[in-house]
Design a binder for this molecule. Structure first.
Ligand SMILES: C[S@@+](CC[C@H](N)C(=O)[O-])C[C@H]1O[C@@H](n2cnc3c(N)ncnc32)[C@H](O)[C@@H]1O
Length: 460
């Protein structure tokens, strides 16, 4: 590629797509200069309009598709193009799984220099729709009525939505019903420009195994008009609801939740199961949105851990202790560490709820707490990490290399940081045995993966 950018803004050009980015855009090259175009797939030929030109790459808009990929499908969702929640509905599900596999394989080679590591085919869902157990939608007003849905791509305009195809139908129905009832009782939508009005968001959570539903009304002010009748009508219209909660967020902010939460009716928690472990879920609890695939992911982590009941295990970045509780059933002792205090409260509650006693949870940064445990004589046989997208802190990786657990099981939601961290661990005496990607979020580009690393025999 020369230093000269070979395309101009607003130019129309014919291109052939070679690749897919991790955001789901097609990649076409003009004299080596990459152009990213939404809604285009590898192998396709199209006329595009160049809409943005940067020094090293540009963006385009699809104008005319001349040659379609055999993997292209017609998206079923009527608001797919506007919404932006899904990026891959125009790609068949087998095509999505292949694309995610390629993505993991490529970053492991490019960033991790791990060209020979076995990356298994992605474990996908039998039915890759209606899998989300949580819907959280902003509320607005149009022509005097309430609307609720998703923000249009790159804007704060709400698309009024009856159904989201990756959402559990129960949640969609509850949201529609709550919206209608709030409208009937004169609840005004919050207006972010004027900072007036009441109802900001509606959240519905569904326990897939228990059928229990929680509704959360996120409001600017504590008062809801006609509160008693409103609540009664919500309950009467939706018999599966076990809990109605109000969260009050008086601030001018994009952050959804405020600090004050109160139960308006029913229980503080709903319950759900992942495998045989029961979880109590409150309005603010973190809980995986696709529990069916979470079980697949954590079963894989458990398989890689290969426990026989004698091991000490550390679960770093443990959240509400989901993996810890899975592991504790097969280990001697599990230590979990997590930075969010409320998540650790949930983890402790969930351990109790399941009668699991061989776990110990600590609040703090994994990179500070684990070195302290190590100083105090805790040595893990197996160390599991499930960090946020930015990957593991380097101090933690250093501690792992000093502590030398026999196995490291790395659960990742970002293949790029996984690859970076695997390289560091490889250079520190570990070998990556294999990687198993799991599709937790069908129709989107997100990809999770579990990697098994073992300590090389000769590294003391
Ligand atoms: C991908 S989630 C793991 C979820 C967890 N395995 C579960 O199922 O609940 C990453 C977690 O790491 C936590 N976290 C982020 N930075 C951290 C740090 N420096 N030390 C410990 N936990 C951290 C986040 O709060 C989040 O709960």
């Amino acid at each position: 590629m020369t230093n000269q950018v070979p395309v101009q803004k607003n130019e129309y050009i014919d291109v052939k797509f070679e690749d897919l980015t991790h955001e789901g855009n097609g990649v076409a090259k003009v004299d080596g200069y990459p152009l990213f175009v939404p809604n285009c797939l590898p192998g396709e030929k199209a006329k595009i309009k160049v809409v943005k030109v940067n020094k090293g790459y540009g963006f385009g808009r699809l104008i005319d598709l001349y040659e379609k990929s055999p993997d292209r499908v017609e998206p079923d969702c009527p608001i797919y193009k506007e919404c932006g929640g899904c990026q891959l509905q125009h790609l068949s599900y087998p095509g999505q799984l292949k694309a995610k596999h390629k993505q993991v394989k490529e970053v492991l080679t490019r960033i991790g220099k791990l060209e020979n590591v076995v990356v298994h085919p992605v474990l996908g869902m039998e039915d890759p729709w209606k899998y989300r157990n949580k819907a959280q939608v902003p509320v607005g007003e149009r022509e005097g009525g309430l609307i609720a849905g998703f923000y249009q791509k790159r804007s704060h305009d709400i698309i009024d939505m009856e159904a989201c195809l990756i959402q559990q139908e129960k949640n969609d129905k509850v949201i529609q019903s709550v919206k209608r009832i709030c409208e009937k009782y004169g609840v005004q939508a919050y207006n972010e420009q004027t900072h007036k009005g009441t109802l900001r968001h509606i959240m519905a959570r569904y326990g897939i195994k228990t059928g229990e539903i929680m509704v959360v009304l996120i409001t600017r002010t504590p008062n809801l008009p006609n509160q008693n009748q409103l609540i009664q009508e919500i309950i009467d219209s939706n018999p599966d609801i076990k809990s109605i909660v109000q969260n009050i967020n008086p601030k001018r902010t994009n952050v959804i939740f405020g600090d004050e939460t109160k139960v308006l009716w029913g229980d503080e928690f709903i319950y759900d199961y992942i495998g045989n472990i029961k979880f109590a879920i409150s309005a603010r609890s973190f809980y995986q949105v696709n529990p069916e695939q979470t079980k697949v992911l954590y079963d894989q982590a458990l398989k890689y851990a290969g426990l026989n009941g004698e091991e000490t295990v550390i679960d770093a970045y443990c959240g509400i202790g989901t993996i810890s509780l899975f592991l504790a059933q097969k280990a001697k002792k599990v230590y979990g560490v997590e930075i969010v205090p409320e998540a650790i409260e949930d983890a402790k509650r969930n351990a109790k709820l399941n009668g699991i006693e061989n776990v110990e949870f600590a609040v703090g940064e994994a990179e500070k707490v684990i070195p302290k445990w190590y100083e105090d004589g805790v040595i893990a046989d197996v160390l599991v990490v499930d960090p946020p997208r930015k990957g593991c802190d380097e101090t933690l990786l250093q501690t792992i290399m000093e502590m030398k657990p026999e196995k490291v099981v790395y659960v990742s939601c970002n293949p790029a940081t996984l690859a970076r961290d695997l390289r560091i661990l490889e250079d520190g005496g570990y070998t990556t045995v294999e990687v198993q990607p799991v599709d937790m979020f069908p129709q989107t580009m997100h990809c999770e993966a579990v990697a098994l690393l073992v300590r090389e025999k000769h590294s003391s």
